[in-house]
Ligand binder design. Structure first.
Ligand code: FNR
Length: 362
């Protein structure tokens, strides 16, 4: 394979290698995909104010996430059904994350089970929870997650209904028959039928609880001692309510632009959320991060760390575990260089004064 010099190049390789149905599922956003383009474009509205003549011979990128020390503030977002990308699926991603000394969030809809992922070896892992109508299913899953040594739950709060992803409808997207949603194997919930339009949309409509509300956050807190991150917050209002509800942290996310189209990019709403949180809980971001400079920009706007989604599935498709390792290494190297060229030696030295925002630029 030709040398891959940046993270975005993996997308073209994945496109070549993957069946159209799978590539489209990974790549697409909702409806007009305005937010999809905006998630990456918005980073170009932030420019640097680098400081000079600071000894940057030693750069410390270590980050602290919910009390866990990781090697860099770059982590792996939950993405469903990774065995469609590569036969080793989520286990390969887990190995790459732990080799890089960072956190992976495993999707509820993984094609490897929580136990299989745990058995890949040591590593700090969080679990992304989708809340099913049948609460016994959720409770049993949470118990397994705890037993398997996962350290936190990321509760997804923006996907009680599935966004309309038109390519999935056209392709009649469904999980290939040799795969299952492993955490639900043995239950009918482990399978996805081939249906009129998108199999995933039908699955969500049938199984996922549309009544989800703040009282269910209390319920979840009552059945687990694991810290709960709220994934999918985009406003100051919800940030304040989340904090009143004793949430451990927030992931500013628009689900990789796959849910409600025409929400702003996550990087543009990050500061609103950070201000509302007033330092009471850590704020993370995902969506559109493709460069080390993007990571720096998010931290300058107050994020404690970022997560990457598509870059992981695309690199997994391109080169399995090695591909994911390379993506993490590339982002790490770019971020380290950005810190050095900006005059920052540790994450705490990255400040709002290191950037200029031009939100009205095209
Ligand atoms: C996702 N995302 C997601 N989120 C979640 O809470 N549960 C899930 O199962 C999935 N599955 C999933 C599959 C695929 C193929 C994608 C692209 C995304 C959303 C994901 O966690 C994250 O919010 C975005 O992917 C971040 O944006 P980027 O990095 O893809 O731009």
């Amino acid at each position: 394979m030709a040398e891959v010099t940046n993270v975005s190049e993996y997308e073209a390789i994945a496109r070549e290698k993957l069946p159209k149905m799978v590539y489209d599922y990974y790549a697409s956003g909702a409806e007009d995909q305005w937010t999809l383009a905006e998630n990456t474009r918005a980073f170009s509205r932030i420019l640097f104010r680098p400081r000079i003549l600071i000894d940057v011979s030693k750069i410390d990128m270590t980050a602290n996430v919910l009390g866990f020390k990781i090697s860099m503030p770059i982590m792996i977002a939950p993405t469903a059904m990774q065995k469609m990308a590569h036969p080793h699926g989520e286990c390969a991603t887990a190995r790459a994350a732990s080799a890089a000394g960072t956190i992976m969030i495993l999707s509820s809809w993984s094609t490897s089970s929580v136990e299989e992922v745990a058995s890949t070896g040591p590593g700090i892992r969080f679990f992304q929870l989708s809340v099913y109508k049948d609460r016994h299913v959720v409770e049993r899953l949470v118990r397994r997650v705890e037993r398997a040594g996962f350290k936190a739950i990321a509760l997804t709060v923006d996907a009680q209904r599935l966004g309309r992803r038109e390519s999935d409808i056209k392709n009649r997207f469904t999980l290939p028959p040799h795969l299952t949603l492993k955490n639900f194997e043995g239950l009918e919930l482990g399978k996805m039928d081939k249906v009129e339009n998108s199999g995933l949309a039908s699955y969500v409509a049938g199984q996922i609880d549309r009544t989800l509300s703040w009282k269910d956050v209390k319920w979840l807190q009552s059945i687990t001692v694991l810290p709960i991150l709220m994934k999918g917050v985009l406003t100051a209002e919800d940030t304040r309510i989340a904090i009143q509800n004793k949430i451990a942290g927030i992931i500013v996310s628009n689900h990789g632009a796959r849910q409600l189209d025409y929400v702003p990019s996550t990087i543009m709403v990050l500061e609103e959320v950070v201000k509302a949180a007033q330092g009471r809980v850590p704020i993370f971001l995902d969506g559109g991060v493709r460069r080390g400079t993007d990571v720096f920009k998010a931290l300058a706007l107050g994020a404690s760390g970022i997560f990457i989604g598509r870059s992981v599935v695309f690199s997994l498709a391109a080169d399995g575990e090695v591909g994911v390792r390379k993506v993490l290494q590339r982002l790490r190297d770019e971020f380290e260089l950005t810190m050095a060229l900006s005059g920052c030696r540790s994450l705490s030295e990255i400040t709002r004064d290191h950037i200029i925002t031009r939100w009205d630029a095209p």
